[in-house]
Design a protein around this ligand. Structure first.
Ligand code: PBG
Length: 337
């Protein structure tokens, strides 16, 4: 049986029909908004991020005000990033786990003033003087033990303690969820153990499980001032060509105790989202990263694309299998829905 008996266009006849047969919808509760708090900003100050038009770095006050506005429009969750004062950064990233650190203060203020689900990004790169996500060892030129690309080794096991400390400090500040984005091996287990040992067994972990070494983070690094001084992140973040390896990463995080998995970036990795969704039953988060935001915004600004491409992109991420999407477009979508 086929044409003319079967006519696919009947299902597309008009907007009402299309609406009832639509397979995928982006809902307000699917959105997680990434927000940046900068320690040096005070009161109602905020500054626009040059590489991300319409996105800002906030003071505690101005950020909480903005979060309240988004909550009133139906936002459910927010993920918090911090930008500490430059002169407080050191080689172990201590501003990441100070009780009065910028992220801890921001989490506390958000919990006190909103009912949002507050997620803390757990990483050291914005807080270390060298800009890497873990502790490092540097080699001299000609050192025969040096088997790195560029003389910087990112030390795995010594970093775990500080990542776990960071997670606990965020839990103490009131975070509902911590989200490690560093890509050190074993960090989910280290964080789970330390959270539990401190009485935070109800705090969840969203693991950035399959986080790729991506050029699409460039605007974020500008926003968060976290460009590595020397070297790159390819020895800890995943090679963009590897799909099967993403499954292994997710499997380990599941075993180590992750409550949700994440694939990041989103659009250039839709196949990975689908694979992970097929393979695992955990809720799946994806991160529609800074570069994905800025490239669309730039194209729309130039008139090459229209705003419709925003919803189309987000729907495609959900269609691929994402349950939740971390996206800078959240404010735009909240206004549309
Ligand atoms: C690292 C981190 C990065 C992002 C979130 N956490 C960047 C990186 O790995 O260099 C990227 C977010 C984005 O591009 O929107 N802590």
């Amino acid at each position: 049986m086929n044409y003319p008996i079967i006519r696919m266009r009947r299902l597309r006849k008009n907007a009402n029909i299309r609406e009832i047969v639509r397979e995928t919808k982006v809902n307000k509760e699917d959105l997680i908004y990434p927000i940046y708090f900068k320690e040096s900003l005070k009161g109602d100050e905020k500054e626009e991020i040059p590489t991300m038009p319409n996105q800002f770095r906030y003071s505690i006050e101005s950020g909480v005000e903005y979060a309240k506005k988004l909550e009133a429009k139906g936002l459910k969750s927010i993920i918090v990033f911090g930008i500490p004062n430059e002169d407080t950064k050191d080689d172990i990233g201590s501003p990441a786990f100070r009780e009065d650190g910028i992220v801890q203060k921001a989490i506390k203020a958000l919990k006190e003033n909103t009912n949002l689900i507050v997620i803390g990004d757990v990483c050291l790169c914005q807080y270390t003087s060298h800009g890497h996500c873990g502790l490092i060892k540097e080699y001299e030129d000609g050192d025969i033990e040096d088997n790195t690309d560029d003389g910087v080794k990112i030390l795995n096991d010594p970093s775990l303690k500080y990542l776990a400390k960071t997670a606990v400090s965020q839990a103490k500040a009131g975070a509902d969820i911590v989200a490690p984005s560093d890509m050190m091996d074993g960090r989910v287990e280290a964080i789970r153990n330390e959270l539990d040992a401190n009485g935070f067994e109800d705090v969840m972990i969203i693991s950035y499980s399959a986080k790729f070494a991506s050029s699409f983070y460039a605007p974020f690094r500008d926003a968060a001032d976290s460009v590595p001084g020397k070297g790159n992140r390819k020895s800890y973040q995943m090679d963009s060509a590897n799909g099967r390896e993403a499954i292994r990463e997710c499997e380990l995080d599941l075993i180590e105790g992750a409550d949700m998995l994440m694939v990041k970036p989103a659009l250039p990795y839709l196949d990975i989202i689908t694979k992970v969704k097929d393979e695992f039953d955990l809720p799946l988060v994806t991160y529609n990263v800074s570069g994905e935001y800025s490239m669309l915004v730039a194209a729309i600004d130039k008139g090459y694309l229209t705003e419709e491409s925003i919803m189309e992109s987000l729907v495609s991420i959900k269609r691929a299998g994402a349950d939740l999407i971390i996206t800078y477009f959240a404010p735009f979508v909240l206004d549309k829905l």
